[in-house]
Design a protein. Structure first.
Length: 80
């Protein structure tokens, strides 16, 4: 199944890890920077909401433009 990018205002806010398309010009001093993708989840700490990526980098909510669910892994799902 092909996944498509969804508007950021529809992203889950329950801590689910997702792919985020980040606006390169928002996140870099170089306004010609390319957009890029991070794996992150929504976090709200005492009313301060942000994205936190898989490298523990914190991104403001306005940095992301679109989102996509992570694909399922190959084969059977296992639990530890």
């Amino acid at each position: 199944m092909t996944q498509t990018w969804k508007p950021i205002d529809t992203a889950p806010e329950d801590g689910t890890e997702i792919k985020l398309l980040m606006d390169g010009s928002y996140c870099a001093q170089n306004k010609d920077a390319k957009d890029f993708i991070v794996i992150a989840n929504y976090y709200n700490f005492s009313g301060c909401a942000f994205w936190i990526d898989s490298h523990d980098e914190i991104w403001p909510l306005g940095a992301a433009t679109h989102w996509m669910p992570l694909p399922s892994g190959p084969g059977k799902e296992t639990t530890c």
